[in-house]
Ligand binder design. Structure first.
Ligand code: CUA
Length: 163
């Protein structure tokens, strides 16, 4: 049995159209998330000798520093199985930049509910910025498997209402 030319054409069209629509849709989603929602891959913000993290500024003094009105910097180290600092307090409406690295193995830096999702690699400085508009307590979790007590590695961000 011979199919008519029109049927073959329709079958072809049914395959061709999705093969164009799918990549176009993906490109659109990528553009919207990158430029609309401000989601970017965290870039390398510098390098640090992994064996000298504790002696290298700013990681020799881990903590939260106010760097401007409503702007904070968290200078953070990660090590098995903790973060320093392990509690970060900022007022609502703060823009917080995490400047972090690892002293030993690969760790994660993940704050659900905020735009923070990065890897902390030994020898590399990670810089990621997020805005905290809603008061509350946000967990800060290691989401890269880093050994036997990986699941106990966490800290918290406490966003306090402005008085
Ligand atoms: Cu650190 Cu998992």
């Amino acid at each position: 049995m011979r199919k008519s030319g029109t049927t073959v054409y329709l079958y072809e069209l049914a395959w061709i159209l999705p093969s164009i629509a799918i990549p176009v849709g993906m490109l659109a989603a990528l553009t919207v998330t990158a430029f609309g929602a401000g989601m970017h891959l965290p870039s390398v913000a510098g390098r640090v000798s992994p064996t000298k993290v504790a002696q290298t500024a700013p990681f020799d003094q881990p903590g939260v520093v106010q760097v401007g009105p409503g702007r904070y910097e968290v200078r953070m180290t990660s090590q098995i199985w903790s973060y320093a600092p392990n509690e970060i307090r900022v007022p609502t409406g703060s823009t917080v930049t995490f400047i972090a690295t690892s002293k030993d193995v690969v760790h994660g830096l993940f704050v659900p509910g905020a735009n923070v999702n990065a890897m902390l690699l030994p020898g590399q400085i990670t810089r990621v910025t997020a805005r905290f508009d809603k008061a509350g307590e946000y967990p800060l979790l290691c989401h890269e498997y880093c050994g036997i007590a990986h699941h106990t590695m966490w800290a918290r961000v406490i966003v306090e209402p402005r008085s």
